[in-house]
Design a protein around this ligand. Structure first.
Ligand code: CP
Ligand code: NVA
Length: 308
């Protein structure tokens, strides 16, 4: 049994295996209706709990569809409707759920909730986003990059904007998959220094460059995300917008990257804030491939967790 809590906590060979299996499973489904079962049904007779303490479109639907394609069943639970949201401990919730289900995916605020769930559950736990990280998203993004451009090892990824949870998981992935990452954004919204140090300790180049045009020079991939995440105070919205506006990804910024550079955004987007619609809908954008690949990447993650 394996938990999938974070990319830096997962062995690089296992991460590679997950990406490769995701690609294989995706290809095996080409041309089939979404509801058609996979040829192999590794989750047959398996019950999966999907717990959401924050809103979600992609994570909710892609996990649900993925489990069903692999022959399993799901229950989607809202944290506020569970006793968890009314004082029951995470440890007790984890022990109880482990008596009913074979796998738990949780989207929550505090990372401590995820780690406590994993500590006390006797079934695998998957991180469906915390305030600090979003590993499933970045697995889908690696799959997407490699489908379009081949191996990501040795490439230059530029993150423009807020050094948030999605950026943190990109930093973790840089160390594990061996690509370089340049962060460009205001100093108040830098990524966690601990995660920068961790990536550097694995031998990849991590740079912080305040000038966005300089940062994207030679980029193979430019990535951004919302300027106000679900865990950020709405009162900080205006200040964040003012600080982040110079880091908006527009056609002028993309022109400094390699001509074949891709553009990614995990979605949901605030169009024409963090990125212009011209870029989001342009030929370099792979945002909807990323969204689709959440399904395929997470199916492989679930199989790895359950060793099925
Ligand atoms: N990218 C992502 O996790 O989207 P949702 O919030 O819709 O799940
Ligand atoms: N950084 C965003 C990602 C949403 C998928 C958030 O946490 O709200």
């Amino acid at each position: 049994m394996n938990h999938f809590l974070d990319i830096h906590l997962t062995d690089p060979a296992d991460l590679r295996g997950i990406i490769d299996q995701a690609a294989t499973m995706k290809n095996a489904r080409l041309g089939r209706p979404r509801g058609a079962p996979d040829d192999t049904q590794p989750l047959k007779d398996h019950m999966v709990a999907l717990i959401f303490e924050k809103p979600s479109t992609r994570t909710r639907v892609s996990f649900d569809v993925g489990v069903r394609q692999m022959g399993g069943q799901t229950m989607v639970l809202s944290g506020s409707d569970m006793q968890l949201g009314h004082g029951e401990t995470i440890a007790d919730t984890a022990r109880v759920l482990s008596r009913y289900v074979d796998l738990i995916m949780i989207r929550t605020f505090d990372e401590a909730v995820l780690t406590e769930m994993a500590e006390f559950a006797t079934v695998p736990v998957i991180n469906g986003l915390t305030d600090r990280t979003h590993p499933c998203q970045i697995m889908a993004d690696i799959l997407t990059f490699e489908e379009h451009r081949g191996p990501i090892a040795g490439k230059k990824v530029v993150w423009s904007g807020d050094g948030n949870n999605v950026c943190s998981s990109f930093l973790h992935a840089a160390g594990q998959f061996g690509f370089d990452l340049t962060f460009t954004g205001p100093p108040t919204l830098d990524p966690e220094p601990e995660f920068i140090d961790l990536a550097r300790s694995k031998g990849v180049n991590v740079a912080v460059e305040r000038d966005p045009a300089k940062a994207v020079e030679g980029a193979d991939l430019v990535v951004t995300d919302t300027w106000v995440s679900m865990h950020d105070a709405q009162s900080a919205r205006e200040r964040r917008h003012n600080q982040l506006r110079p880091y908006r990804v527009d056609a002028a910024l993309m022109s400094h990257a390699k001509p074949e550079a891709l553009f990614m955004h995990c979605l949901p987007a605030h169009r024409d804030d963090e990125a212009t619609s011209e870029v989001m809908d342009g030929p370099q954008s792979v945002i909807f491939d990323e969204a689709e690949n959440r399904l395929h990447a997470q199916k492989a993650i679930m199989r790895w967790c359950l060793a099925v």
